[in-house]
Design a protein around this ligand. Structure first.
Ligand SMILES: Nc1nc2c(c(=O)[nH]1)N[C@H]1C(S)=C(S)[C@@H](COP(=O)(O)O)O[C@H]1N2
Ligand SMILES: [Mo]
Length: 203
């Protein structure tokens, strides 16, 4: 199969509708990109908090988050370092389900995601609502491994993958944008791979 990939995979080469500009298909592999050492997060101590400009700030523990309606993503992911991975399956809950519990105040325009490690990333609120973002703990039906953000990461697959904070522990809704870790280091505030929003200053 590996030998024919690229010949039969015409629909997957550049200039088609599936691979964003400047990206290549990484195939079966899944590179690990972490700015930090992989933390070991104890499930008994794991929590996720959604707060800031919400009506009911809420913290879920491991059991509590599993009580929400399950939701999965099937599709592609795109890293700014130019690899894309096709046909991934992630399972967890939609961010919409969390926001349904907390409510969203009218002033909220952005979200600031924080990981247990201190990694941060900023997103427009409209990029994590209406079925576009998930909190996930399974990949291909198995627990998400620690190096890929387990036990739980944010998944925002329509944006470059640095927005998908591994080991996420807090989503804070805000009425303004503030740059996170990579954004302060020159990466784009939004990061749409189809618009090639890689760096600050890109359209
Ligand atoms: N906490 C944390 N989340 C992170 C990162 C990171 O360094 N730390 N890297 C980001 C980047 S640049 C990418 S491409 C993806 C990589 O996820 P992966 O290692 O599971 O492929 O995670 C994103 N989330
Ligand atoms: Mo990345």
């Amino acid at each position: 199969m590996g030998i024919t990939r690229g010949f039969t995979g015409g629909a997957r080469r550049g200039g088609d509708t599936r691979l964003p500009p400047g990206q290549y298909d990484t195939g079966a592999g899944w590179p690990v990109l972490s700015a930090e050492l992989t933390p070991q997060v104890d499930l008994d101590e794991w929590t996720l908090t959604v707060d800031g400009l919400v009506d009911r700030p809420t913290t879920w523990d491991w059991r509590g988050i599993h009580a929400l309606p399950p939701s999965s993503y099937f599709g592609d992911i795109h890293c700014v370092t130019t690899w894309s991975k096709f046909d991934t399956t992630f399972s967890g809950v939609s961010v919409d389900a969390l926001l349904q519990v907390t409510g969203v105040r009218l002033e909220a325009t952005h979200v600031f995601a924080t990981s247990t490690t201190g990694y941060t990333t900023n997103l427009p609120l409209s990029d994590i609502t209406d079925g576009k973002a998930w909190i996930v703990w399974e990949f291909d039906g198995k627990p998400l491994t620690a190096e890929h953000g387990g036990p739980v990461r944010l998944l925002v697959p329509h944006l470059y993958f640095w927005k998908s904070a591994k080991w996420v522990t807090r989503l804070e809704l805000r009425d303004h944008d503030e740059q996170g870790f990579w954004e302060r280091n020159g990466y784009h505030d939004r990061g749409d791979p189809w618009l090639e929003q890689r760096y600050q200053g890109d359209a």
